[in-house]
Design a protein around this ligand. Sequence first.
Ligand code: CTP
Ligand code: MG
Length: 402
Amino acid sequence: MDTRQETVQNVEAPWLVLLAAGKGTRLAAQTRGLPKQFLTYRERPLYWQSVRTSVASETIAGVVLVFPKDVFEENRELALGFAQGDGINLPLLFARGGARRQDSVLAGLELVPKSATHVLVHDAARPFFSTNLVHALCEKLREGAIAVIPGLAVKDTIKQVDGCGLVLATPDRSALRAVQTPQGFDRRLLWEAHHALNTQSNTVTDDASLMEAAGHKVWIVEGEEANLKITTADDLKALEKTVPCTGFGYDVHRYGGERPLVLGGIAIPSPYTIAAHSDGDVLLHALMDALLGMIGKGDIGELFPDSDPAFDGASSVELLKTVLGLVHEAGVTLTHADVTVIAQKPRLGAYKKSIREHLASLLGLDIAHVNVKATTEEGLGFTGELLGIKACAVVAGLSGGK
Ligand code: CTP
Ligand code: MG
C-alpha cells in the first residue's frame, strides 16, 4: 500500500520544530560566544521572532523549541515567561538538542504529538521568514506533497571544486536552488527517515536531504530573499534594519452630551460638552487610530467596541496606554506625532502648549517630535455650525531593528 496516500490528511495545523541548539561558532567572535539564536532582537532572544511568526501565521498548532542541553532549563523558563508576557497561547514544548543539527531535529521530532500529520522544521537563525511562506508550504502539503522546501534561484555561477581548490565541474545554474527553512514534511515519514538514515556517518545540512535519500519526492516553493540565515558578521546588520511606517487617524464628536471637553487628556473649560460613549477625547481617539493604522491593527472601534460596557466612560489616556502596548508588541518605535484639532469654538490657542507637553509625556517622545495644531473651518460645515469637534492625527515610526 502506498503510505503517501495514507498519510496525506489534514495539514491545517502542522507543528513547528524550532532549532535553537547550535553553538554559533562562526559568529562567536562578534557575539562573545553567545549562540546567535540568543542575541537580543526586539527585546527578546532572536529565536523568539520565529515563535512570533508562528503565532501570526494562525496556521501552526504548536512549537517544539530545541535548546542546547547545557542551558536547557534556564531557556525553557525564560521562553515560558516570554509566552506569558506576550499573551501567547500557542502550545510550546521543549527538547534538549544534540551535537549536530540533525540530532537536534530528531530530539524535537520525538516531542511532536503523534496526532500531528505534518511538521515544519525551522532554523532559529532564520528569523525573517514570513507567514506567507508558511502558508505556501502548507498549501503544497495540502496538495499531497510529502516534503516541501523553500528555494531561490542562485545568482552566482557555482563551481564544484576539490580539496585543493581545483574546479571539477560547473553545474547548470538554472537547475540549482539555494534552499531555506522552514521545510515542511509528512511528520511520520520524516521521523522514519531520521530513524533510518540519521546516523553518525551520515551528516546532512538539511532534513530534505534525508527525505531524498529515503526516496521521497521533495518539492520546491519560492523562497524569500529576506529569509537569510544569520551566519557571519555581515548578516548581523540585518538585525538592525528598520522600515519607516506611518499612520493616519480621524475622529469626530458631537457637542451637547454629558462629557466635559477633554483634549489630549487635558480638561478644557468650555460650555461645549461632548456626546460620547467613552470620555470623548476626540484628539486621543484620532491619535489612537493613527497608531493602530501604523501597525496594521484596524481601529479603536474594533479594539474598544462601544457595545462593550467596559468602555463606558473609559479614560482615553488608559486606552492609549493599551494601544501603545500594541505598538511596542508589533516591534514598532514611534518617532513622531502631529495632531490637528478642528473646532470653531472654543478657541484652543491657550491650551496647545499643555496638550503638547502632555502628549509628549504620554507617548514617551521628545517635545520636538510632537506637534499640536488647532484650526477652525471658517464657520463652514458641522464644526462651523458648532455641532461638534473633530481631530486628525499622523504618526511616524520605525518598524524592526533591535
Ligand atoms: N542547530 C541546532 N543544533 C545543533 C546545531 C545547529 O539546533 N547541534 C541549529 C542552530 O541553532 C541554527 C540552525 O540549526 O538555528 C542552523 O545551524 P547553523 O546556522 O549552522 O548554526 P550553528 O550551528 O549554531 O552555527 P555554526 O555552524 O556557526 O556553529
Ligand atoms: Mg552549524
